[in-house]
Write a protein that binds this ligand. Sequence first.
Ligand code: CUA
Length: 344
Amino acid sequence: MTLLLPALTARAAEPTVYPISNMFDPLSKPALMIHESSIVVSLICLVIFLLVTGMIAYVVVKFPSKGASDDRQEPPQIYGSSQIELAWTVIPILITVVLILVTTRTIGEIQDKKMPENAVRVTIIGHQWWWEIHYMKPDGKGGWITDFVTANELHIPLSPKDKPRPTALTLESADVIHSYWVPQLNGKTDVIPNHQNHMWFEPWATGTFLGNCAEYCGTQHANMLIRVMVQKPDEFEKWLADQRAAPRTPLDAIALQGRQVFFGNSCVSCHKIAGTVAVGLFGPDLTHLMARTAIGSGVAPIGQASLRDWVRNPAHLKPGVLMPDMQLSEAQVDQVVAYLMTLK
Ligand code: CUA
């Protein structure tokens, strides 16, 4: 029983995962604002739909054909009724103006949001086919610089409605156009090369929210998945502190060999591990790889088996991936995986 208990309590503490990205169940302020204006717009459209279909049904029932002779008679031809023409011009214009006002108001409120002092600032850079995530800190001169870097999984604090703490995202692309979309937290925003876009979250529920790249960006567009972990403030602060620190796990013999293989090959020219000579920026930062839940931007849950599969030949899990097959021997694959698994 004592052996079972830790496992049980660990499971009980697991955060909720929202497996279906349900945009009809918004759990963050901008998503709710979009949801509310979509309901107003849908209701107006529903009224128009019912009016039009109702009138068609009325005419069909009220004026049925009275036989072949009736079908050959032309109905009365009316030209130039200014009343009717005015009505069907002015009423649609008024409806369109109302729709424009409702939507531009929401767009303006979301886009012009002033970020408070306590906002978490993150820069997300889209790559084929993963997300580079920079947590930012003030540079002391009014600007922002990178605090630390991670990939694919965005951790943000809970933002209670009475004490909001937004997360402000700056979106950039390293190659083609992507789109960042977590339906329960906000609408989608394009991620464009040589251009900065912005979005923000103010979530009032903890848990893991799933999203996708929402703009076709190449072979593995479908495997450019997003995970946003909304955490309670103390858990978020702990996560921040862990990310800032260097990995501390001692290396056993096989992991030491793995480190030699890693640094003896070109892994270091694409990947970064803080505190080492690996400073590559082309692939994901691996400093705290094992603190993530998945590899390959959500293509498989992280673990020894999936890491092994990935290191042996990344294209097996993710065909078209830009990471090459390093042609390592089976023993070297085991060693590199042992080393990677110490990066907590
Ligand atoms: Cu990135 Cu689709």
